[in-house]
Design a protein. Structure first.
Ligand code: SF4
Length: 494
């Protein structure tokens, strides 16, 4: 769709919302609108006391026009003025899209990946839950289900924040290997075929980074509250390699104050009883077993080997060695998925009662092979994905699972979210910390991003490790010495 801006240059504000409201559409910003075809004009008028935006939209032969207005902040407060302009532009665009398509977007005019933060801010400002919900409806037209989700996740965030001390941190360890690459994957994860020869040197480098960072952080008083092994698929490496890596970590950092230690064992073709036992013996108390679906045909279409009963076998093994917190990931909207088949997966997972169930929405990002590989089954319609999610949330609610963190990604149907659900008392602090940006996360491994959250100012800065394993191995010295910045920050606070 061609887009033209009149009276402003806030392209980002307009484009982000447009992308989440009409997924799959490409937007081209032009100096002049063509006389026909799909097109929209976003106009801004700033009056002495009011900011007024109008969007005119011609889409699939239908014309719609809508206005958004807000109070103009006082001169001199540039940030507040920009916010007011963005808000008016977005609201007018949202109303025009809603009129044009005749649908109610679940998240209304809200953009951004961390919706709970908005509810958290309102609650922190003294609004109660009813008033917060009313504000979210009035300002952004968020639907009742999503308002409740935002407030539930905000409450869980506030609970963890209350317990965090200013030197509390989390550790992330990345294993960027998988037995093969799933069609929708956009992570830095290479198949063992392609990168298998790098595993040993990678693990050596990873241990050097962990040991070096532990030395750097000596005397800073940081206290580790959560550990998370992700990837890739950490269980792609052998039980001996897992043992050696986890032993290195526990030898370098004091893990006696941990709230949680998670290892992802995402793909069933990597899980063995020996690995599950090793993970438990080396200190993890939470494991993530991720069927994504329990339908072998659907999984086959996206290149994830799955045999009937895989999830049940892994659950039984995890229970046998004593895991009391188990997460299971599902994805709504996979190719060939129907409401019936998705809800069957939800019920299959529920039948084994993992403490956490995370429901993702399929996001086809640029880094994936999804379109290049040609997936043999069609994607479900967006409205059907929204319905799958709505029904799944109802089922989980009736079974005692409450949402505790949520985030949105680009390229999902209707801008729908990913949400973690939990039985009471099993909410993962790591997931809350990462989503709400509550504390520093020190990341080890290729593609790792250490996110420094200043405990007093809440200012966030990042340290990026090299993205791919070979570059990471070759630059391990730099990735390690970069952690001096973590030390500096903790020494600078009282
Ligand atoms: S298991 Fe996860 S990280 Fe590995 S290829 Fe599949 S989606 Fe990517």
């Amino acid at each position: 769709m061609k887009m033209h801006m009149t009276g402003h240059d806030r392209r980002y504000a307009v484009e982000q919302l447009a992308l989440s409201l009409i997924s799959g559409e490409e937007f081209e910003f032009v100096d002049e609108l063509p006389p026909d075809g799909d097109r929209a004009e976003s106009c801004l008028h700033v009056a002495p006391h009011t900011v007024i935006a109008t969007t005119k939209m011609w889409y699939h032969g239908v014309y719609a026009e809508a206005t958004g207005r807000t109070e103009r902040p006082a001169d001199g407060d540039e940030i507040a003025q920009k916010r007011a302009v963005d808000y008016a532009l977005r609201i007018s665009l949202y109303r025009a899209v809603k009129k044009n398509l005749g649908i109610q977007p679940p998240w209304g005019a809200l953009t951004g990946i961390r919706p709970a933060k908005i509810a958290e801010k309102m609650l922190a400002e003294g609004l109660d839950e009813v008033a917060t919900s009313q504000q979210l409806k009035k300002r952004f037209d968020v639907t009742a289900t999503k308002r409740k989700l935002m407030i539930d996740a905000a409450r869980a965030g506030i609970e963890v924040e209350r317990k965090l001390d200013k030197r509390d941190v989390a550790l992330y360890v990345g294993i960027p290997f998988c037995p093969s690459r799933c069609a929708y994957c956009s992570f830095v994860a290479g198949s063992i075929d392609k990168w298998g020869h790098l595993i040993d040197p990678y693990l050596d480098a990873l241990k050097r980074e962990i040991e070096g960072t532990a030395k750097i952080l000596r005397g800073t008083g940081v206290r580790v509250r959560a550990v998370y092994f992700g990837g890739g698929t950490p269980t792609s490496i052998t039980a001996e390699q897992l043992d050696s890596l986890m032993t290195t970590l526990s030898g370098c950092f004091d893990l006696s104050d941990l709230w949680e230690y998670t290892v992802e064992a995402g793909r069933f073709d990597t899980i063995t009883p020996e690995k599950i036992e090793t993970i438990a013996r080396c200190g993890a108390d939470r494991i993530s077993l991720n069927p994504q679906s329990t339908n072998p045909q659907i999984l086959k279409a996206v290149g994830r080997p799955y045999t009937e009963g895989d999830f049940a076998r892994a659950m039984a093994e995890a229970r046998r060695v004593g895991f009391h917190s188990i997460n299971a990931d599902l994805i709504a909207g996979l190719p060939g998925e129907t409401e019936k088949s998705f809800l069957r997966s939800v019920n299959d997972v529920l039948a084994l009662a993992p403490e956490n169930i995370t429901i993702h929405n399929l996001a086809i990002k640029r880094g994936s092979n999804f379109h290049a590989d040609g997936v043999p089954m069609p994607l479900p319609e967006e409205k059907d994905v929204a319905r799958m999610l709505f029904k799944a949330e109802g089922i989980l609610d009736r079974n005692g699972y409450r949402p505790y963190y949520t985030y949105r990604q680009k390229y999902t149907a209707l801008g729908l979210e990913n949400t973690g659900f939990s039985l009471s008392g099993h909410e993962s602090p790591y997931n809350i910390i990462i989503m709400e940006e509550l504390a520093t996360i020190i990341s080890f491994g290729a593609g790792g991003v250490t996110k420094l959250v200043h405990p007093e100012t809440k200012f966030i800065s990042r340290l990026n490790n090299h993205k791919y394993p070979l570059e990471y191995i070759e630059n391990i010295e730099r990735c390690t010495t970069d952690k001096e910045k973590v030390r500096e920050m903790y020494l600078s606070i009282q």
